[in-house]
Design a binder for this molecule. Structure first.
Ligand code: CA
Length: 442
């Protein structure tokens, strides 16, 4: 994929709200999602965010007479999930993006296009935004060396980073059924807890509930079982990115994680933003892969590709906010807890994908790969409360006078993300938000 007219910062849309300063969904973005509408009896369908509106992609294509691959890709958006669109591949995605960009532009013939499209747009605040794909499998990586080191320090102060970290893109297979769209309440989990001083564990409500600031990448086209992907072509299989909050029960995790890794501590909820920002839209924000410090080993050949090293990073800013019940009642805005950037990840997206498939594991359209917590090397870029409060030792002060060692009932945790670059439009991800509900006590 390359830079083209769809990235032209001068292009405006006849959907006027898309042209407003600070709008997350200008015509240069065009993220895909799945939406339903309250009470109209229509099944959910694929849409694109433009300004403060949602566009019915299949209906728009019919109304404007899209042809060829663009029409085929748009027709796939009539489905109640985006898996079919994802399975079509890059040529179809690019053709649809180009057709949508031209059709929505305020360029020659726009008044006619706007007239024909009447009935294809609805205000986003009236739409119900859903999980955009049928997610068969979800894998969570651990690609920030800063996060891995910070977390390792709590367990192994002298040797925080495990010896495999710089060789293997570490990950684990997560739980797909509990991935929820932004706005879905998150119930505090219960589980086995064993404080260090206790003799035996107890079963009870999690006391150390945390979030993890991540991105999630949706696989578009998969690979056949037994057929690995070459690093140089791995990124072509990715459809796009969402914000991802990997809710984590730290006390459950501490007791259960050895020897097989996270289980119930991370399977009760994962919140994602509903709009998938496509790899096509992310093209201008590519950057060099993270520069490994001198002395670090070079990746093994199956994870090494010159183009990936030169352009396989993405500059995507991610922020996490918190608003307590008290702050909400007092009308206070959410407090920003951290801001980091995906370009600081030790492993690239292509390395994640190539490594995942290197065993012959078959990735499938709609699979979701989490990046792991995106912490940077500065105190204001720590992507979890575990790191921010040093495992609860230094609680965060809230503007309401409250403090937080971990997340409390009633708290809303809100993630945001955006891409900007000199000479290009700024595009946003919307938000991945969830409010914590009290544990269910039997
Ligand atoms: Ca995680």
């Amino acid at each position: 994929m390359a830079l083209d007219e769809t990235h032209d910062p001068a292009r405006l849309s006849w959907v006027e709200s898309a042209n407003a300063a600070g709008c997350e969904f200008p015509v240069q973005n065009l993220p895909f999602g799945v939406y339903g509408t309250r009470g109209d009896g229509k099944p959910p369908r694929g849409g694109v965010a433009i300004g403060d509106q949602v566009l019915d992609v299949a209906g728009f294509s019919k109304a404007l007479g899209f042809t060829g691959p663009a029409a085929a890709a748009a027709a796939a958006c009539a489905e109640p999930n985006l898996n079919l669109l994802m399975s079509l591949g890059r040529a179809h995605w690019a053709a649809l993006r180009l057709a949508l960009s031209r059709a929505l532009s305020k360029e020659r013939g726009w008044e006619d296009r706007r007239a024909r499209a009447s009935g294809c747009l609805m205000p986003m605040d009236q739409a119900v935004l859903l999980v955009p794909a049928r997610i068969g499998d979800y894998t969570d990586f651990y690609t920030s060396i800063f996060h891995a080191t910070n977390v390792g320090k709590f367990f192994r102060p002298d040797n925080p980073l495990m010896p495999n970290y710089k060789w293997v893109p570490i990950g684990y297979h997560g739980r797909a059924s509990s991935i929820v769209a932004s706005g879905t309440p998150v119930t505090r989990p219960s589980g086995q807890l064993k404080p260090p001083a206790a003799e035996i564990p107890v079963f009870g409500a999690c006391r150390n509930l945390d979030y993890e600031t991540e991105l999630g990448f949706f696989i578009g086209t998969g690979n056949d079982l037994g057929m690995p992907l070459k690093i140089g072509e791995a990124a072509e299989h990715v459809f796009g990115a969402v914000l991802l909050n990997d809710w984590s029960a730290r006390d459950i995790q501490a007791w259960e994680y050895q020897p097989l890794g996270p289980f119930l501590a991370k399977n009760f909820a994962t919140t994602i933003s509903p709009w998938i920002v496509t790899m096509g839209a992310l093209e201008p924000y590519r950057t060099a892969a993270f520069k490994r410090p001198a002395g670090d080993p070079a990746p093994l050949p199956y994870l090494t590709d010159a183009a990936d090293q030169a352009q396989g990073g993405y500059s995507i800013a991610v922020e996490m906010f918190l608003r307590s019940e008290q702050m909400r009642t007092a009308g206070m805005p959410p407090l920003r807890l951290s801001h980091g950037n995906y370009r600081d990840a030790y492993w690239t997206l292509a390395q994640m994908v190539a490594h995942h498939a290197s065993s012959g594991c078959n990735l499938q359209p709609g699979d979701l790969l989490g990046t792991g917590t995106l912490s940077g090397d500065t105190p204001d870029s720590l992507g979890s409360m575990l790191e921010l409060t040093q495992r609860g030792a230094n609680p965060v002060k809230l503007p309401s006078g409250e403090s937080r060692a971990f997340v409390a009932d009633g708290d809303e945790v809100i993630q945001r993300g955006r891409c900007s670059r000199e000479g290009y439009a700024t595009i946003g991800f919307g938000e991945a938000a969830g409010q914590v509900m009290p544990a269910i006590t039997a």
